[in-house]
Design a protein around this ligand. Structure first.
Ligand code: PLP
Length: 401
């Protein structure tokens, strides 16, 4: 027998497993609204034109080699990534108080940040919004932190439970780490208003809670990179410390290139440089150093004003298409007279709609309509098109009636 014969079959990942099931379905009607990846009106994955151009630049530049990057990644990429999230004129950057390391997309950035905190920060508890992206829990547990949660979503309003959030953050132990979705909260699509953010900031600073921002959707929520970065910039403007995990998966469509960054904003430059020296000790035994191609694409785009401009236009087009799909789905349900208030479809922000459908209704829609989504009723608006909206509306209608 095999020395591994006692290994038991693990369940599929709750999010990526949706695609596995979808791929097995042979119906021509099948629709994958599970995974958070952008699709065109034709239902196809999209490589941005500006990414194709940047790749052409890279290919044509024969001086480029495939040497290892440093442990912290590509220097230009790191500098430009910090600027992208913190703003061109950020005092924290000017004062050299920010250390940025290139990591394996958003997930890798969260993991490296989590491991650093587990080793060097005095409070090992991280509070996650309830609900949150499912992988957060595993990432931070395995990084060595204790995971708790704070109230976030109110099912009765399908909006923010702001009172509960303030109460929970108000009773977290001083110094606790608080994971905040920078914008386009996944899975709920519910974000605090700017005024609510300001109250959250004030409360967190007064209780010395440490913000850890997950910025996986900058530009994808509103279509504006600057607007979507406002919550983070608000926290950095007060001179306090925070961590930021950035992903270029969605906003540059670089999913499989695994390109992201972890920034740690400190109060002084000598602290930032010691922090960076310790980040290197986290990264080196984990994967040694990050891959070069995706970061080179990002750096090429961010440092060229024409390419940057093109990117913002393509990014806005993706965000706008998603917003249009929200309206179309909402209109289709209203036209059918589907029972219930569906206004959250147009109020929620970013890639996902948290429909409020329960797991039985989701299972029904998968079985009868070949529509795939996570069992919490989250649908990826980016996977929808004008052609498929009526099919989804039919499915929702019969699931709730
Ligand atoms: N954080 C959130 C909230 C996400 O939704 C995702 C992706 O779905 C990620 C992080 C990480 O994505 P990636 O590792 O592909 O950058």
């Amino acid at each position: 027998g095999s020395v591994f014969s006692n290994v038991v079959q693990a369940p599929e990942d709750p999010i990526l497993g949706v695609t596995v099931a979808y791929n097995k379905d042979t119906s021509p009607l099948k629709l994958n609204l599970g995974v958070g990846a952008y699709r065109t009106e034709e239902g196809k994955p999209l490589v941005l034109n500006v990414v194709r151009k940047a790749e052409q630049h890279l290919v044509n530049d024969s001086s480029r080699v495939k040497e290892y990057l440093p442990i912290v990644g590509l220097a230009d990429f790191n500098k430009l990534s910090a600027k992208l999230i913190l703003g061109d004129d950020s005092p924290a950057i000017r004062e050299n108080r920010v250390t940025t390391v290139q990591c394996l997309s958003g997930t890798g950035s969260l993991r490296v940040g989590g491991e650093f905190l587990a080793r060097h920060y005095h409070e090992r508890t991280i509070y996650l919004p309830k609900p949150t992206w499912g992988n957060h829990i595993k990432v931070f547990n395995l990084a060595g932190l204790t995971v708790k949660n704070y109230s976030y979503y109110d099912p009765s309003t399908r909006g923010l439970n702001f009172q509960g959030l303030l109460e929970d953050l108000g009773s977290a132990p001083p110094g606790a780490i608080i994971l905040l979705h920078a914008c386009a909260h996944n899975p709920t699509g519910v974000d605090p208003t700017p005024q609510q953010w300001e109250q959250i900031r004030h409360l967190m600073r007064s209780r010395s809670l440490l913000p850890f921002f997950d910025s996986a959707y900058q530009g994808f929520a509103s279509g504006s990179l600057d607007q979507d970065a406002q919550p983070v910039r608000m926290f950095v403007a007060d001179g306090g410390e925070c961590l930021i995990a950035q992903s270029y998966a969605k906003n540059m469509g670089l999913y499989g290139e695994r390109v992201g960054a972890l920034s740690i904003v400190c109060k002084a430059s000598d602290v930032a440089s010691r922090v960076e020296s310790q980040l290197k000790l986290v990264i080196r035994p984990m994967y040694s150093n990050p891959p070069i191609h995706g970061a080179s694409i990002v750096a090429t785009i961010l440092k060229d004003s024409n390419l940057y401009q093109e990117w913002t236009v393509e990014l806005k087009a993706m965000a706008d298409r998603i917003i249009t799909m929200r309206q179309k789905l909402f209109d289709a349900l209203r036209e059918k007279g589907t029972p219930g208030d569906w206004s959250h479809i147009i109020k929620q922000i970013g890639m996902f709609t948290f429909t409020g459908l329960n797991s039985e209704q989701v299972a029904f829609m998968t079985k009868e309509y070949h529509i795939y989504m996570t069992s919490d009723g989250r649908i990826s608006m980016a996977g929808l098109s004008s052609r498929t909206v009526p099919h989804l509306a039919d499915a929702i209608h019969s699931a709730v009636t």
